[in-house]
Design a protein around this ligand. Sequence first.
Ligand SMILES: [Zn+2]
Length: 51
Amino acid sequence: MSGKMRSCASCGKYTMKEKCSCGEATETCHPARFSFEDKYAKYRRKMKYGG
Ligand SMILES: [Zn+2]
């Protein structure tokens, strides 16, 4: 599973799609700008301990 986080310059939404739900084309962005990665890291850690 791999995907690059993209953001819409028009409405500011984050998506993995090349096109936003508003119809505007999205642009790739650095994951460090938001806590999306960190959020998933937390889940990964939980899964590790939970089995
Ligand atoms: Zn949009």
